[in-house]
Design a binder for this molecule. Structure first.
Ligand SMILES: C[S@@+](CC[C@H](N)C(=O)[O-])C[C@H]1O[C@@H](n2cnc3c(N)ncnc32)[C@H](O)[C@@H]1O
Length: 283
């Protein structure tokens, strides 16, 4: 099963992702990087993690954005150029790369179109860090266990779902929706059975078994009553996934969706959605 990821959805979630990621873990990664570090971003999408981490690194750096979807890579270059313009950083495009000329040095961005499922072909050994965001709950245990022995440099995985969802006010069908949603999260997303909310625990286990030092931190989305568009997107996404996982309960899930949409449109709903970030360092 191939999932289609939509750049519009990634745009909508980007500010929530930026506020959610653990600054402490990100800075611990940055502290381990050499001068002019080379980073490989797995499933880079439209470049959200680059826009979060590059300013924290600050100095000259080289990024390889890897994604299977050429349209995503186009979106990434578009978004990065717009972001550079907003910040008054000149942009040049030597060959197929993009260079942002920032006061702290040149930030070089390259792209690779590749299937992450083919672990043995990933260029992980050429980089000073292998990073990703909103990816590791899509992969399988077998995928991570195949990847870990190939890694030599720090591995940073931001925003893995951990299964917590706290709606205010509560709704009698929240638990039924959450249970069905959780089943959908385990569906194969192209890597074998997806880890879904088991991702943080399985990743910790895989790195510890290989003797790596592992740290994690909460990175929950905090979606407030004024964030109507984001609430609507999460409500619709949850209801749709629950329906796919459990077709017999479709009517109940649609009732839940309609009640939640109504509350969101009146500014009467908030949601805290649980995520974890992970930083694994080789000893
Ligand atoms: C949930 S999105 C996250 C994107 C980006 N990291 C972000 O947070 O905005 C997952 C990304 O992984 C990419 N992806 C999914 N399966 C893939 C595969 N088998 N090989 C390469 N990329 C894949 C998708 O195209 C998408 O861009």
């Amino acid at each position: 099963v191939t999932e289609i990821f939509d750049a519009t959805w990634l745009d909508l979630r980007e500010p929530f992702d930026h506020r959610a990621r653990s600054v402490q873990l990100a800075d611990a990664l940055v502290a381990r990087l050499p001068a002019r570090p080379k980073l490989l971003d797995l499933g880079a999408g439209s470049g959200s993690l680059f826009r979060f981490l590059a300013p924290r690194i600050g100095r000259a750096q080289v990024w390889t954005l890897l994604d299977a979807d050429p349209a995503m890579i186009d979106a990434a270059f578009d978004r990065i150029a717009g972001w550079a313009e907003f910040n008054d950083w000149p942009v040049t495009t030597p060959g197929r790369a993009m260079l942002l000329h920032t006061p702290g040095g040149a930030w070089r961005i390259e792209a690779v179109i590749a299937d992450l499922a083919a672990v043995s072909t990933l260029p992980v050994a050429k980089h000073d860090a292998v990073v990703n965001t909103a990816l590791c709950d899509l992969v399988s245990r077998a995928w991570i266990e195949t990847l870990v022995p190939r890694l030599k440099a720090p591995f940073y995985a931001a925003l893995m779902v951990d299964g917590r969802a706290s709606w205010a006010p509560p709704h009698p069908l929240d638990r039924a929706v959450a249970a069905a949603f959780k089943r959908d999260q385990g569906r194969n997303k192209g890597f074998g059975p997806a880890l879904g909310p088991k991702a943080p625990a399985v990743m910790i286990e895989a790195f510890k078994a290989a003797g790596w030092q592992v740290a994690t931190a909460a990175s929950d989305w905090r979606i407030g009553p004024a964030d109507t568009e984001m609430l609507q997107a999460v409500i619709d996404g949850d209801a749709m996934a629950a329906t796919i996982a459990e077709e017999r309960s479709t009517d109940r899930f649609l009732d839940w969706r309609d009640d939640r949409r109504h509350q969101a449109s009146r500014g009467k709903l908030r949601l805290t959605l649980g995520h974890r970030d992970l930083l694994a360092l080789p000893r």
